[in-house]
Write a protein that binds this ligand. Structure first.
Ligand code: URA
Length: 207
């Protein structure tokens, strides 16, 4: 459907902190969660509400509630780094998980884990993964979520490049992609440039 770069001064400031090589794993995680939270706030600006009758301490009145449950789907492992921030904003969101790995010889993406939530097909689903590089993992994750019967899918990442965005939208034109930044290019190893390095390693301090 569309690609949107969410340019907000606070997001740009936090992303710059994350890009710096000297940023600690703790600060990297904190900024990632804060950005994810700000992004989701913006993404759901137009979410549908339905009226409900409620009783305040004073009177009965009409309130409004989001019309469908929200399910977050982190792609393991880096997607986990965006969960806390989003769940701070939407504590009722449930979490499904997708684990993927790339066969280093064939370069094909394979699923090693997938656990959906109950009635996920009747929910708003947000797949989260910080880096949209070649698009292989995103396409596979969307394939899996669609196989669960989900109709409305948003893909939320931190940094994306045109190559990956185009590949995902070619295969899944109905998915909305959001990123905090569209970066310049991919290098020969599939890393985003200028990017921020290996997001998983920086989140989990594995390097
Ligand atoms: N995955 C990462 O963690 N970083 C990149 O730059 C590309 C893919």
């Amino acid at each position: 459907m569309a690609f949107t770069e969410l340019k907000h001064p606070l997001i740009i400031d936090k992303l710059t902190r994350m890009r710096k090589i000297e940023t600690s794993s703790k600060d990297f995680r904190q900024n990632l969660n804060e950005i994810a939270q700000l992004m989701v706030y913006e993404i759901f600006r137009d979410i549908k509400l339905v009226p409900i009758q409620i009783q305040t301490p004073m009177v009965e009145t009409t309130g409004y509630t989001v019309d469908k449950p929200i399910v977050l789907v982190p792609i393991l492992r880096a997607g986990i780094g965006m969960l806390d921030g989003i769940q701070t904003l939407i504590p009722t969101a449930k979490v499904a998980h997708i684990g993927l790995y790339r066969d280093e010889e064939t370069l094909e993406i394979h699923q090693y884990f997938a656990k959906k939530t109950e009635n996920i097909q009747d929910s708003y689903v947000i797949i989260v993964d910080p880096m949209l590089a070649t698009g292989g993992s995103a396409i596979k994750a969307i394939d899996i979520v669609k196989s669960w019967g989900v109709k409305e899918i948003k893909f939320v990442c931190l940094v994306a490049v045109e190559y990956g965005i185009d590949r995902v939208l070619e295969k899944h034109a109905d998915v909305e992609i959001y990123a905090a930044s569209k970066d310049k290019e991919l290098n020969e190893k599939g890393y985003i440039v200028p990017g921020l390095g290996d997001a998983g390693d920086r989140i989990f301090g594995t390097k």
